[in-house]
Design a protein around this ligand. Sequence first.
Ligand code: ADP
Ligand code: MG
Ligand code: ZN
Length: 484
Amino acid sequence: MSYEAVIGLEVHVQLLTNSKIFCGCSAAFGGAPNTHVCPVCLGMPGVLPVLNRRAVEYTVRMALAVDGQVAHISRFARKNYFYPDLPKGYQISQYDRAGEPLSTGGSVTVETDRGPRVIRLRRIHLEEEAGKSLHGEPGYDPYLSYIDYNRTGVPLMEIVTEPDIRTPQEASACLAHLRQMLQYIGVCDGNMEEGSLRCDANVSIRKTGEPYGELVEIKNMNSMRALERAVSYEIERQTETRERGETLIRETRLWDDGARRTFPMRGKEQASDYRYFPDPDLVAVEIENRWVEAIHAGLPELPAARAGRLEKTLGLSADQSRTITETRTRADYFETCVTHHPDARAVFNWMTSELPRVQSEARLDTDALTAHIPPAHLAELLDLVREGSISGKIGKDVLDQMGITGKTARQIVTEQGLTQISDTDALETLVVRTLADNPAEVEAYRAGKTKLLAFFVGQVMKATQGKANPAMVSEMLKKKLETM
Ligand code: ADP
Ligand code: MG
Ligand code: ZN
């Protein structure tokens, strides 16, 4: 008797607009408490909200990226509830019935353990962020609660999936996919620790063939891993509850990542609990086709398409293309580098194995690394290695120095005389000397221990501080040893 999980996600996305959704206050993260506020976002009597056009544009952008149907007319509704972090006593939101969402439908194709899976989307809508309550935070009186309204009114886009997800891993893969798209199209920084991307998971179980079961909504996961853990825990808890013969109830539960379990928070509210009604202070939003077309034309190439193109045109594997297009910055770096250097695989290898090392050794963030080693500079280094002017090993040292100094490869190679020794006469002398210095090893080699070739090559490389051309040295040694 095995159960199947049924999972749907509600993803909350803080949009990267400069100002808040209904007023001109800064939407920037942080700031001294209650400094990004005004009568509108504090809910003072008599004020009127004015919709931020950019917030709508960003939502339409996401809608188009997932093939959603953008609404011609969209409305805002009031969702009424009382909580100290909500000074108006209602949240301006959109809702299926009282306020048509900006987008309906669409889907994403997510890479999962079971291969690509299509997850349909139910809707994408726009709403406003609530404030932040502080209890027992360092620097505050532990017996008091504080409220910071800086976040109040920051534009929040909500993406709701259909219950098409079946495993915890698929849930986190779906969230990772959405985050990648949001970052690519430049509407959200995707920072889950700072809360600019948050996700609630709706989880139920059923036996194959049964209709969907009663769902539990889980909140408060602030990383991909926490989402995966919380969903796994919840599936297990629901399975055990059902196996005990108990009935599962619709409720909202909170994930505690420290305790690794969910706790009941409240019975799952019904829509009627919120007394949704159209916001009388806001007019309906009419979205012109022309504007939608312009937004569509401005969309960047999306990660999956970009990976496919790189795979096809540059001979990278599917995995490599996916890795290199993980972020738009990385894909841009790669593509610029490849316009300067012909070997795409070499660019891939150096970007994925050498650059991260240099970055951590030089303690640079990604922007600083790119400033020290712009793509054209990496390409020049790879040119030097490819044409044999320096060995791969010297190349790595040169890259280290590029990371620290910001100099070009050619500058470093010239300044330090690192050019590879490919001069036959010079190498010949070294090879002869190395063999003369190691008579016992020569004897052993000739007795059949041909693995010693690597030892001789190593000796020559050491004598030249790595500057000898290893392929040439190896060739010459072999010839000499065979004719001795
Ligand atoms: P709404 O909040 O729009 O009225 P629901 O509460 O039914 O709609 O759905 C909210 C979320 O719950 C969606 O992401 C949806 O995919 C998911 N969901 C709906 N039914 C189930 C179910 N039986 N099991 C798990 N998730 C579900
Ligand atoms: Mg809901
Ligand atoms: Zn304001």
